[in-house]
Design a protein around this ligand. Structure first.
Ligand SMILES: C[S@@+](CC[C@H](N)C(=O)[O-])C[C@H]1O[C@@H](n2cnc3c(N)ncnc32)[C@H](O)[C@@H]1O
Length: 267
């Protein structure tokens, strides 16, 4: 359930929060070496590219390299293709668990995708080995699974008549302690940066945090339920979040969100 293949991505709902989701993508991109994009014959891969927003920015930042977005969701790929005019940016259907590049990669970049894959840490050394010496692997994953936004999913799932149906949801593959990624990659790297940032995301509107997670972590739960149970479950979850993330007098709901970043340079 959590591999992103068997479920449908709602590209429009995901893009509703594009600004908040874009910020870590750009922070990650900021640590890439511009000289890498100029390697003749080498491509930049955007792994789990979604609607291609970041793929297009990668192409702007690295004007000499082909950029290839890979995703398993037809819906996301359709959105990506319909929004992209630059012929240097192309999109391919593929499963990150079995990624094999058609072109030699100079940069492998992935924003908010690998946490959907069980055992992702074991895939990262293999990704690094696909790169030439000096090539960069850049990965960002949310590490917010212990926060109320994610813990409340389980709590709401266990507290209603939907309990048995939702017991089938496999929790999202947890993102591990930063040092685990450091240890897994360091032997293959000349440079390795691992860091975390907690973004204080200012949200507005009704149920803003539940709306935010509806297109990502909550999706596998919602997809197992029919109406009216689906809405009842959503409301139970949203009520838990309203307590955990109160709306402030100025109408803003702050949603702290922890993210893990890895930028590795192949030795
Ligand atoms: C949260 S979105 C991130 C999209 C994009 N990177 C961004 O930052 O806007 C996660 C994406 O990973 C894709 N994905 C999840 N599991 C995947 C897999 N096993 N293979 C390929 N893509 C996958 C989903 O289809 C989705 O488009």
């Amino acid at each position: 359930m959590s591999d992103g293949k068997s479920t449908t991505w709602d590209a429009n709902l995901y893009l509703k929060f594009a600004d908040h989701r874009m910020r870590p993508a750009l922070d990650l991109m900021g640590r890439l070496d511009p000289a890498n994009g100029a390697r003749p014959g080498h491509a930049i891969y955007d792994l789990g590219c979604g609607a291609g927003n970041i793929s297009r920015i990668l192409a702007e930042r690295f004007p000499e390299a082909p950029v290839v977005g890979i995703d398993s969701s037809e819906e996301m790929l359709a959105k990506a293709r319909s929004q992209t005019v630059d012929a240097r940016v192309t999109f391919q259907k593929g499963d990150l668990a079995h990624f094999q590049p058609d072109l030699p990669p100079g940069i492998l970049y992935s924003n908010a995708a690998y946490h959907w894959l069980d055992g992702h840490i074991d895939m990262f050394p293999g990704l690094l080995k696909l790169l030439p010496s000096g090539g960069q692997l850049a990965i960002q994953m949310p590490r917010n699974h212990e926060a109320p936004s994610h813990a409340s999913m389980k709590q709401a799932a266990e507290a209603g008549p939907w309990r048995d149906k939702l017991a089938r949801v496999r929790p999202i593959a947890p993102v591990l302690e930063p040092a685990r990624y450091y240890d897994a990659l360091k032997p293959l790297c000349s440079d390795l940066e691992v860091w975390e940032t907690i973004y204080q995301q200012p949200l507005t509107g009704k149920d803003p945090v539940a709306q935010y997670t509806s297109s990502t972590g909550l999706r596998p739960y919602l997809e197992l339920l029919q109406e009216p149970e689906r809405t009842d479950f959503y409301n139970a979850y949203a009520a838990l979040l309203a307590k955990a993330y109160p709306t402030r007098p100025d109408g803003i709901t702050l949603f702290p969100f922890r993210r893990l970043f890895i930028v590795a340079r192949r030795a």
